[in-house]
Design a protein around this ligand. Structure first.
Ligand SMILES: NC(=O)c1ccc[n+]([C@@H]2O[C@H](COP(=O)([O-])OP(=O)(O)OC[C@H]3O[C@@H](n4cnc5c(N)ncnc54)[C@H](O)[C@@H]3O)[C@@H](O)[C@H]2O)c1
Ligand SMILES: [Fe+2]
Length: 383
């Protein structure tokens, strides 16, 4: 019997340990060759040492050459290091850049050297509350020659274990707390209005949005506020799970181009774009016979959820947009590209629009954008 509809799946995929003390999970790993993948800052900061101390019975090697917005050459160097270390377990420690690079290194090594590489676990330990990379099958890699950031998506890249240890985030400087926190909010909001949104991703996105609105200002203003740090760390992971299932949208599609051309931190690019993509997606002017777009209805629901006036789609969407602008102000995020010391020339604008339309994240945006739509959004961001 055909009962109609189509089957959906929600796969958590990654086992998650969270809360203070969760790093202790590593102690259960014994007699293994472990490659810790990280950047020099984390290596020198003492965070890598803490991780190593939780693995006393293992043989440890390091690949610490990860750079922000990792490039293809770094991935190749990491594959070599993994082969030399004969690693059985990968432990990725750092922000989204280190986690993404580690996932890509594992994937490449297994694909290219299937007879030599057998990774039993890929353990992701995020030290920023932002990308959710610890639970997704995405890795964003930069090609500096072509000036593009391309999101790879492979099921084999999803880490098997995530450890959300909030004490590792306490040292994140306030500007990085702000940028990465806005990345979390953008993931949750884009997943919520995505074409592939579902009941499971919606539940996670709603919780992530309420946690960010309450705890991001606290984590920003006082980095040692451990409750705020823990809640933001969980929110980041929940938003990651939401978009791992539902996908993202045009905001990320454009942010990837802005990152590649202007070297703007990923979260800051998202934060500057977000009020404008919300307005674009809601498309309240195009309301027919009192029926608004699905996106406008969902923005209204989010506004209501965080206690904003939301009697109509028009009010709800506008209130949500204003709340985000206000949050950006609280976090001292520049309101536009000019204020962020970024100049967008004609050529870059053209290339960013082209890559945004092709970007995999844009494919689940609730409204299909034209090149002119992207130009308009970029013009509004310019300042
Ligand atoms: N995989 C995904 O699904 C996904 C999603 C969104 C973004 N990304 C990508 O992730 C990258 C951005 O990641 P990010 O925002 O976490 O930034 P990041 O990893 O580049 O880190 C930012 C800076 O913070 C420092 N840092 C990290 N942890 C710290 C700590 N505990 N204390 C002090 N300093 C610390 C790092 O050394 C670095 O200098 C981008 O390349 C972006 O495109 C990936
Ligand atoms: Fe992101």
């Amino acid at each position: 019997m055909d009962i109609g509809g189509h089957m959906l799946e929600f796969d958590f995929g990654t086992k998650i340990f969270f809360g203070e003390g969760s790093l202790e999970h590593l102690r259960s790993i014994k007699n293994k060759r472990v490659l810790i993948i990280t950047d020099t800052f984390i290596f020198n900061s003492g965070i890598a040492k803490k991780v190593e101390e939780a693995l006393p019975k293992c043989e440890i090697s390091y690949f610490k050459e990860i750079t922000a917005e990792p490039e293809i050459s770094v991935i190749c160097a990491g594959v070599n290091c993994l082969l030399n270390a004969k690693a059985e377990i990968i432990v990725a420690v750092g922000g989204g850049s280190a986690l993404d690079a580690a996932k890509a290194i594992r994937y490449m090594a297994e694909k290219v050297y299937p007879n030599q590489v057998h990774i039993e676990e890929c353990i992701a330990i995020p030290t920023t509350s932002g990308t959710g990379s610890e639970v997704t099958e995405f890795a964003v890699i930069t090609d500096p020659e072509q000036k593009i950031k391309f999101p790879l998506r492979e099921a084999g890249m999803r880490p098997t274990i995530a450890i959300l240890e909030p004490t590792l985030v306490a040292s994140v400087p306030s500007s990085v707390t702000a940028d990465t926190g806005m990345d979390v909010l953008t993931h949750a909001i884009e997943a919520y209005v995505s074409l592939n949104a579902n009941d499971f991703s919606d539940a996670l996105a709603e919780k992530a949005v309420t946690l960010v609105m309450k705890f991001l200002p606290r984590a920003y203003l006082k980095g040692s506020d451990m409750l705020a740090r823990e809640k933001m760390h969980n929110a980041s992971c929940m938003a990651g799970l939401a978009f791992a299932s539902a996908g993202l949208g045009l905001n990320h599609g454009i942010a990837h181009g802005l990152g590649a051309h202007l070297h703007l931190p990923h979260g800051r690019a998202n934060a500057i774009l977000l009020p404008h993509t919300i307005e674009y997606n809601a498309n309240v002017k195009d309301c027919r016979n009192g029926v608004f777009s699905v996106a406008a209805r969902k923005y209204r629901r989010l506004a209501k959820l965080i206690g904003l006036p939301a009697n109509t789609e028009l009010i709800g969407t506008d209130q949500l947009r204003r709340a985000i602008i206000k949050l950006n102000q609280t976090l001292r995020i520049p309101p536009d590209l000019k204020a962020a010391n970024c100049e967008l020339d004609r050529n870059s604008k053209e290339q960013i629009a082209e890559s945004a339309l092709k970007d995999v994240t844009t494919q689940t945006n609730p409204r299909v954008p034209s090149k002119q739509d992207v130009f308009d959004i970029l013009d509004r961001c310019r300042g």
